[in-house]
Design a protein. Sequence first.
Length: 273
Amino acid sequence: AIRRAMEGYPSIDKVLAEKDRGTHPIMGFRVQKLWSPPYLQVALDLDSKEAMAKILNDLPDKERVLIEAGTPLVKKFGVGVVEDIRALRPSAFIIADLKTLDVGRVEIKMAADATADAVAISGLGTIESIKKAIHETQKQGIYAILDMMNVSDFEDKLSQLPDDLKPDIVLLHRNVDLETYKAEKGEDVSEMTEWGNIKKIKEILGGGLIAVAGGITPDNVEEAIDKGADVIIAGRYIIGSRDVRRSAQDFLAHFPPDPDNMRLAMDEDEQVN
């Protein structure tokens, strides 16, 4: 090992690329990163832990499946419900949908302590509140999701955030009236989708991901992905189904294989003289 290290293998870049792919030495589970979109996010908008456990048991255990602790779950059982999900799905990427408006630092630290991988922050908050919340996610090493539900001009809101405090993910909700509204104002709508101008938002975001929610089924999921969506959020279609696994598989049939299934082991590229 010393000889290999002295010879420059593995490189620093390779170590940094691989460091999050194994079991975390302190947390005791593999910390998943969203390196290879698209992903399917299943929103557990429930008020019962029993129903939650049944759905988690039925969901395919795939890297492309993200688990959302929905707002109803968090409100009823507290942010500790994330730990209950973690116990059932140790390696899952778990989102705490807190819709944080203020005192974001406190709420985000609570979510991180409960092993959440990401926290949803409301885009309705003030710029200062959003900046503080995103800064705390950076300190905690988790993803910041900026939820643009009911934000009238989310492109402008996003532009007001400094580059070093942009969210990792912007969540857009279906708005069938948005294209008509912008067209009436004389704006270019050639790149518009039901969820907004994804291409333009990605340019403002500068490298982050776009999540979309509302009106997405297996019939139109490919359209959403083709238009630039990185995370597809599904709720009732899956959690309200009599066959949760089949409903989730209906979505996943339109997704690529899990990324790490296609990845070489860390030392596969080591040269042998």
